[in-house]
Every structure is written in structure tokens, then in C-alpha cells.
Write a protein that binds this ligand. Structure first.
Ligand code: SIN
Length: 291
């Protein structure tokens, strides 16, 4: 979509970001409630580009941030992401000056919380405090990754399921880590090790586009395969995520809102700012059962 395809009463301008994914949205003040036309235009751009930024925004209050996100679905609580004091629907992504690499969340390619039966549809996030340099987030379009596989591999993966869990992040397997990742305190016992089956390929419920749905952080193995048997194929698929032509890299600004589709993209945080603080605040939009 570009600005020319929008109805004349919508003054939004949408600029594509890269050939793979993403668009920048101009002409909306997110502190105000969205009109039906604005909401429809953002939804259409989100369906198509899977990653939207809204540059040039004034700082949103917690209430405005949540109201914006609820245009696209109800809030989803996650068991492990720290919360903003006084706002249980706002989640915090942060690094302190003392944090070392292993403590900072999100550095491996992942989509959020695929250990849940209905992982998030999307996330709306804005930066509050940024390091002087670095701290970008990279995204990859999982539809594009799937579409570039050979038809035979596409067909095989389309009939498969995979087992997901958070064991390596905050379950039993996380005990082997030298340092623990920065997580919410008092995560309920057992949540990290509960296994969840999801299709390896899922279909976008609005566009019908198919995307690969396995990730380094939560996918343990293919259903019916051992972890050892699964590893080579999973590693091959993960190796594709680093191809720059499948993705987009976002440099944060405190005046920007970002919204990503968590079902059909993956992301990773780049920790290249040791010794500096970084704080982002996010809302999570409830997802459907993958199918
Ligand atoms: C996340 O993985 O949710 C956070 C991404 C980031 O810190 O850039």
C-alpha cells in the first residue's frame, strides 16, 4: 500500500522501509483516539508490512499507549516480562549499566512467548531511555523466509508440528546458564517447562500468507523427532534469518512508536551498548491459536 491507495479523507502517509518488510507511518498523532479510517489504514499496512514505525510522536502516557494498542486486540499478559510500576498492562524491556551480555533479554532471534497456547499477535513498543549509540532491534519476515524455501521442503514443513517451551529461558534448562536473563520476579513454578505444540507453518488469518513458525529461543524439537534429529534442520532454517534481504533493522528514537507482528516476524535485540542504560515500554496484543 502507498498513500495513493488510501481514501482522500485519510491523511496518512505510508513509506515502505525495505524490500522485505516494514513501513513508516506519518500523519497520525497517537496521543489521540484513532478514527475508523486511521485504524483501518494502519491495520491494512500492518497486515501487509508486518512491522510499522510511527516516527515524530510526542511521548505517550501509559493510558494513550494502551489505548493505541487495544485498537488491534486486547492486552495479553505474559508470565515473565517485568512490568512498569503501577501499570500491570505495560511491560518493561531494560538494561542497566551493570548488565552483561547474558542478562539482557531478546538477543537471539525469536518471536515472543511461543511457549504459550496462543502467543501474542503483536507488540507496540516505544523507547523511554536510549544509550548514546547502539541498541537497535533487527526483524526478519517469516513469510518471506518460508516463501523462499523449495516447494518440497515447504510441503514437508507444512505437515509438521514443533514442541515449544521456555525451559532454556526460565525453566529447568536455564539453570545451566552462567547468568540469568533479566526476567519478572516470582514467575509461577512450572510455566517455564510446560511444553506446547504448534504448527511449523502457520497461516495469516487476514491475508492467507504462510509463515515459518519455529524459533531459537523456544522451539525444542519437531513433534515425533528427537532433539538431536531436529537440530540440523532447525539450524538450517535459523541460518536463513540472518540474510539481510529478509529483514529490517530499526534504530530507536524516543519519539517513535513501533509495532510488530509477532506471528509472522522474529526479532533480536542487539546488545552493543554495554555500560549504558536502555529502557523501552511495550504493550502486548493477544494472539490466536496458531493454525
Ligand atoms: C524483545 O525481545 O521483546 C525486546 C527487543 C529489544 O530489546 O529490542
Amino acid at each position: 500500500m502507498n498513500a495513493r491507495t488510501l481514501p482522500p479523507e485519510v491523511s496518512i502517509r505510508i513509506e515502505r522501509m525495505t524490500g522485505a518488510m516494514g513501513a513508516r507511518v506519518f500523519g497520525i498523532d497517537l496521543r489521540q483516539p484513532l478514527t475508523d479510517e486511521q485504524r483501518g489504514a494502519i491495520q491494512a499496512a500492518f497486515d501487509e508490512h508486518l512491522l510499522l514505525t510511527f516516527p515524530g510522536q510526542e511521548a505517550l502516557s501509559p493510558e494513550e499507549h494502551l489505548r493505541f494498542s487495544e485498537n488491534f486486540g486486547p492486552h495479553q499478559d505474559l508470565p515473565h516480562i517485568p512490568l512498569v510500576d503501577g501499570y500491570p498492562q505495560l511491560q518493561k524491556v531494560f538494561a542497566e549499566t551493570t548488565h552483561v551480555k547474558g542478562q539482557v533479554a531478546g538477543q537471539n532471534w525469536h518471536s515472543d512467548s511461543t511457549f504459550l497456547p496462543a502467543p501474542p499477535l503483536g507488540v507496540a513498543m516505544r523507547a523511554v531511555e536510549l544509550p548514546e549509540y547502539g541498541g537497535d532491534t533487527s526483524f526478519v519476515n517469516m513469510c518471506l523466509v518460508f516463501e523462499t524455501l523449495s516447494p518440497a521442503l515447504q510441503q514437508m514443513l507444512s505437515g509438521m508440528k514443533a514442541v515449544h517451551s521456555a525451559t532454556k529461558l526460565f525453566g529447568a534448562a536455564s539453570k545451566e546458564r552462567a547468568v540469568q536473563v533479566n526476567m519478572r520476579e516470582n514467575i509461577k513454578e512450572g510455566v517455564g517447562d510446560k511444553e506446547q505444540l504448534h504448527p511449523v507453518v502457520r497461516t495469516h488469518p487476514r491475508t492467507g500468507r504462510k509463515g515459518l513458525f519455529v524459533n531459537k529461543v523456544y522451539t525444542q524439537r519437531f513433534e515425533g523427532w528427537t532433539a538431536e534429529e531436529s537440530a540440523p534442520l532447525l539450524q538450517y532454517l535459523y541460518s536463513l534469518f540472518d540474510k539481510p534481504e529478509f529483514g529490517a533493522r530499526i534504530s530507536w528514537h524516543t519519539n517513535m512508536m513501533l509495532m510488530w507482528d509477532n506471528r509472522f516476524t522474529q526479532h533480536r535485540a542487539i546488545f552493543d551498548y554495554a555500560g549504558q542504560r536502555r529502557l523501552l515500554v511495550r504493550t502486548t496484543i493477544q494472539g490466536e491459536t496458531p493454525a
